[in-house]
Design a protein around this ligand. Structure first.
Ligand code: FES
Length: 167
């Protein structure tokens, strides 16, 4: 077994504040990083409805503030995680934003972070083949120092600085 694959989220020093955003199955990867920040982390999770909303008690148990969003309003706030994020930023800006979820969500989160001047890391969920950088199944377009290149999510990620990813 080869694990864990690739690079994970960068943890800032103690006392820094984070917003962790998980969309659907992108929510479980937020548990470990949110734990690092305890009460200094706000976790925004989004699900289609209450029946599939998970882990809210686990986040609370590790001291995190939680904001639950559902598409149909059957639990928490009705709406997208990006709406909740914008609302949070009106009150306080965190030192970092972490996100994992569908690409359209990551793209929107990355734009909000950029517009607010907040460093953001995203964890990309791509199909994996070999897992070691040989098959190109997980290629994703990125930019570094003004040059576009295809990164391997398995080897170079799955976590990237949001500004590096071309969504
Ligand atoms: S999974 Fe094969 S190159 Fe990434």
């Amino acid at each position: 077994m080869i694990s864990p694959l690739g690079k994970g989220f960068k943890v800032l020093e103690k006392g820094k504040k984070a917003i962790c955003i998980g969309g659907g199955i992108g929510t479980p990867p937020m548990l470990a990083i949110a734990k690092e920040y305890g009460e200094n982390a706000t976790v925004i999770s989004g699900f289609r409805n209450s029946a599939i909303a998970i882990l809210q008690d686990d986040f609370k148990a590790q001291g995190n503030n939680t904001i639950l969003c559902t598409d149909d309003g059957s639990a928490g706030k009705k709406g997208f995680v990006t709406d909740a994020l914008k609302e949070c930023l009106l009150n306080e800006k965190p030192d970092i934003i972490y996100a994992c979820g569908p690409n359209v969500m990551l793209k929107a989160v990355a734009e909000i972070a950029r517009d607010n001047g907040i460093y953001c890391q995203v964890s990309l969920e791509e199909r994996m083949g070999c897992g070691v950088g040989a098959c190109l199944v997980c290629a994703c377009k990125t930019v570094k120092d003004g040059e576009e290149y295809f990164a391997h999510v398995c080897k170079d990620g799955p976590v990237f600085s949001a500004e590096e990813v071309i969504f």
